[in-house]
Design a protein around this ligand. Structure first.
Ligand code: ASP
Length: 448
């Protein structure tokens, strides 16, 4: 039994939904279908969820919300009409949106219920359409499906017990169409996951029902070896391990929502990224383990917006507790750190720039000076991280040398290298302005 999740662009209008139906029809193992809200139909279009958030904010703040409301209704109406579904479904949807707005609950809960309108009604529409074309399919609400989550509006977490109970869904007849992006608290309140969270639902359902495969349908043929906006037509990745995917998505590969894969990974369900607009393409398969081929690097990712806090002190290595005290200062100031490459007398702590306001920066440097008495402390902003990722790295000689030569032939200075704990990646820190040149040069070195 497979779980197939269709993202926003795959279910953005009637034409896309018909493609989805063909995909479902073509494989009887596709039993659990998770859907997003209608996404963008073109690059200048709106995402239904964004419109719902605008509508919710306006409604809650007593501002005019009618324009947003009409856009939401028009979008559903267009889909229903083009799929030639009964107008009573549209009436039902409109009634439920009105009653969601009128709910007498806290603003947070109301906002979550409004945000979920897109997924919930799209699942109803798709369920109805699949039945209409003769499949045995029905919409199932996440409460009935057993998606029970913590009561944290906009950031729900699945409760571990609910996964085991979801296994019973396998016994249900026919195809089940489940709206993504939300679950219910133990008290029965609707709570959404973080943005992009339909991927989380897909992964939870895949884990719960112990699917043989979790297919994630989007609008790309596969995951690419590097960002296709930096290198034209880069090679596709056919197989990745979970660990490789995590390292790549950490540094800017945005195919997946960060936490989304966790339930599927824990349950060891293989994940396949596929294209709704080209379902014949093989896609990228993400597995717990894979055979290492002769290409040791699987992908190269990059992300900017980092800064490096550099601290040096003569004989630092002999000073017991230095690292702890330094990290404690960050903890006290509520700042998480990304990496901390260190030398004998130096340590750099890499932090996301968005976590460090100029006021915090001043405070931290002051505290380090007062409490740790270093020789130097400085902060450098505008750093980009580049990750060269591949399970084959550990056993291949000369990868670092190849990467370093790629930087040097592009005339790029490396600020930091870290190949410490992770066995599957090598990390480089460079100036943000050099990202494109660096990626292009690394791509030439490893893939051409
Ligand atoms: N519709 C939700 C969002 O835009 C969830 C999703 O599409 O995955 O965040």
């Amino acid at each position: 039994m497979k779980v197939a999740k269709f993202g926003g662009s795959s279910v953005a209008n009637a034409t896309q939904i018909k493609k989805v139906a063909d995909i479902i029809k073509s494989d009887q193992e596709r039993k659990f279908i998770v859907v997003s809200a209608p996404g963008k139909r073109s690059s200048d279009d709106f995402k239904m969820t964004d419109m719902l958030i605008n509508m919710g904010n306006a409604y809650i703040n007593d501002e005019p919300y009618e324009e947003y409301y009409s856009l939401v209704i028009e979008r559903f109406k267009e889909i229903i009409d083009e799929l030639e579904l009964s107008s009573s479904l549209m009436m039902e949807i409109e009634k439920s949106i009105k009653s969601t707005l009128a709910m007498d609950v806290s603003n947070d809960t109301k906002m979550d219920s409004i945000k979920a309108i897109g997924e919930n009604n799209n699942a109803k529409i798709i369920g109805a359409y699949l039945s209409e074309i003769g499949l045995s399919a029905r919409y199932i609400n996440p409460k009935e499906a057993g998606i029970i989550v913590s009561d944290e509006p906009g950031n729900a977490q699945i409760l571990p017990d609910s996964l085991a109970k979801m296994y019973n869904l396998r016994e249900e007849d026919g195809i089940l169409v489940i709206p993504g992006f939300f679950g219910y608290s133990e008290e029965g309140t609707l709570v959404t996951f973080s943005r992009g969270g339909s991927d989380i639902t897909g992964s939870i359902v895949a884990a719960g029902v112990q699917a043989s495969l979790y297919e994630n349908f989007t609008d790309v043929n596969s995951v690419y070896t590097v960002n296709p906006t930096i290198v034209e037509n880069p090679k596709e990745i056919t197989e990745l391990t979970y660990k490789e995917m995590r390292e790549l998505s950490y540094a800017g590969f945005s195919v997946f929502h960060d936490e989304a894969l966790i339930p599927a990974i824990r349950a060891k369900v293989p994940v396949c990224i596929k294209n709704t607009n080209n379902p014949e393409a093989k896609g990228t398969l993400i597995l717990a383990e894979r055979e290492i081929n002769d290409r040791c690097v699987s992908g190269i990712a990059s992300d900017n917006g980092f800064c490096s806090l550099y601290v040096s002190k003569y004989l630092m290595n002999r000073e017991i507790g230095f690292g702890r005290k330094l990290l404690n200062i960050l903890e006290d100031e509520d700042i998480s750190f990304e990496h901390a490459p260190s030398g004998i007398d130096d340590i750099s702590v890499i932090i996301k720039e968005s976590n460090l306001t100029p006021e915090k920066e001043e405070l931290i440097i002051q505290r380090i000076n007062d409490e740790l008495h270093p020789d130097t402390v400085s902060l450098q902003r505008g750093i980009a991280i580049i990750m060269v990722v591949g399970e084959g790295l550990v056993n291949t000689i000369g990868v670092a040398q190849q990467a370093v030569s790629a930087f040097s032939s592009a005339n790029i200075n490396i600020d930091m290298i870290n190949q410490g704990s992770s066995e599957v990646s090598m990390m480089f820190g460079i100036q943000e302005t050099e990202i494109e040149k660096a990626i292009q040069s690394l791509y030439r070195a490893f893939f051409e």
